[in-house]
Design a protein around this ligand. Structure first.
Ligand SMILES: NC(=O)c1ccc[n+]([C@@H]2O[C@H](COP(=O)([O-])OP(=O)(O)OC[C@H]3O[C@@H](n4cnc5c(N)ncnc54)[C@H](OP(=O)(O)O)[C@@H]3O)[C@@H](O)[C@H]2O)c1
Length: 372
């Protein structure tokens, strides 16, 4: 059994296994936010095909396609309701009861298996209490939280009997491995990993930075642009021979890496067509053997080598803001960017993620204030 694997998450237990399973991420089948939408029939076929492939967990949100993702799931999964789990979310500024009632109507069901608070903005504790009340009223079998800091997650555990925590995790973006994933393991929460393919990047299909259409949320994602795109593309090129050696696709390599990480209970993979479901929902995505994981980790670590401050940095940083000085003081050539971000977040005010450190360090390197 994987160290830290969850064996009992209440009613969700029958959908979670000892080894992480693949769940269907239903954002892209909502038909907007992901460039030109597939025909509705194709998006419905993607969901149906996921069921045929044995997928039993579907993650959606009222915001995915402004309700369209939930409507489509409701229609396609109607005859499967007892066999599948449906997880939806409540937005950080929405009224929990009204939001969930609307979701249930669109999903054509009396209950969801999991209702998650999508983000922790102001008054999030109050919202979590309301989600728990909705659970007690039978509208949701379990309550979960997304995108919180480890400090908020600790606090949430005192407010409601949380079953799950959901956050981004893939072989590039590893912030959760610092604090929240160990906390989930320690406290028996199921961890649901989203963006396992880095929103499509880890399929290996981009040779150059993609030009996403207006309205595609990936226009705002920093790894699809500039220096970060190049760095990640170079990593992907170095991963290809590993995938070839294993006799699997890059997608299966990325998902296999995640399956090998202790404490990951569910991997939410997004797919918008039947063909993508075929490739992404590998019938038995093997966890990778430790040597393969180590080879991947070494390539990623080499691409994101910790920076070392140059002698000029101390002087330059004197007039900077507190957060910039905090980062600058930790550029010792050994401290990982995830560790710097987590140490800042430990202070309990503004959270920080490694991506912010990396972007800042790139600027310092360009100005000759740090070396990698
Ligand atoms: N809680 C949260 O805040 C949060 C945030 C993000 C996501 N999520 C959940 O996590 C799920 C998964 O994350 P994600 O959808 O953002 O990212 P992802 O799973 O990393 O990437 C999915 C995208 O990769 C591309 N793709 C998938 N299979 C492919 C294939 N075989 N060939 C080529 N391209 C392929 C598709 O986009 P293109 O075809 O357009 O390239 C697809 O929409 C979401 O659907 C959602 O349920 C939750």
């Amino acid at each position: 059994m994987c160290e830290g694997a969850r064996t009992d998450v209440g009613p969700l237990s029958r959908f979670l296994d000892v080894a992480a399973r693949l769940g269907f991420g239903a954002w892209a089948v909502g038909g907007s936010g992901w460039g030109a939408a597939e025909q509705e029939s194709e998006r419905a076929a993607a969901i149906r095909h996921a069921v045929e492939r044995g997928v039993t967990f579907f993650d959606t949100a009222p915001t995915y396609g402004a309700g369209e993702s939930e409507r489509l799931l409701g229609r396609v999964l109607k005859g499967e309701r007892e066999r599948v789990a449906i997880a939806t979310k409540v937005g950080p500024r929405d009224d929990p009861r009204a939001s969930l009632e609307d979701s249930l109507r669109r999903l054509e069901t009396d209950y969801v298996d999991l209702v998650q608070l999508h983000e922790t903005l102001e008054r999030w504790e109050w919202q979590l209490e309301k989600l728990h009340a909705l659970q007690l009223a039978g509208k949701a079998l379990a309550v979960g939280l997304c995108n919180a800091t480890h400090l908020q997650l600790e606090r949430a555990l005192a407010i409601a009997p949380l079953a799950t925590y959901q956050a981004a995790y893939n072989l590039f973006d590893r912030d959760v491995a610092e604090r929240t994933l160990p906390l989930c393991r320690e406290r028996g929460l199921a961890f649901l990993a989203y963006r396992p393919l880095a929103a499509g990047l880890l399929t290996g299909k981009y040779a150059a930075p993609p030009q996403f259409a207006d309205g595609d949320h990936r226009r705002q994602i920093y790894w699809f642009k500039g220096k970060e795109f190049e760095r990640r593309r170079d990593v992907i090129e170095r991963l290809r021979p590993i995938a070839q050696r294993e006799g699997i696709s890059l997608i299966a390599l990325a998902l296999g890496w995640l399956r090998s990480q202790p404490g990951v209970s569910m991997i939410l993979v997004g797919a918008r067509s039947r063909a993508q479901v075929n490739e992404a929902f590998v019938p038995d995505p093997r966890p990778l053997i430790p040597d393969t994981c180590c080879a991947i980790d070494a390539i990623v670590a080499d691409a994101f080598r910790p920076a070392r401050a140059t002698p000029q940095l101390g002087d330059a940083a004197r007039t900077w803001g507190e957060r910039e000085r905090f980062i600058a003081a930790r550029l010792d050539g050994t401290t990982r960017y995830e560790a710097i971000a987590a140490a800042w977040t430990d202070r309990g005010d503004q959270p920080m993620i490694a991506a912010q450190v990396k972007v800042f360090v790139d600027q310092l390197v360009e100005q000759g204030l740090a070396d990698v």
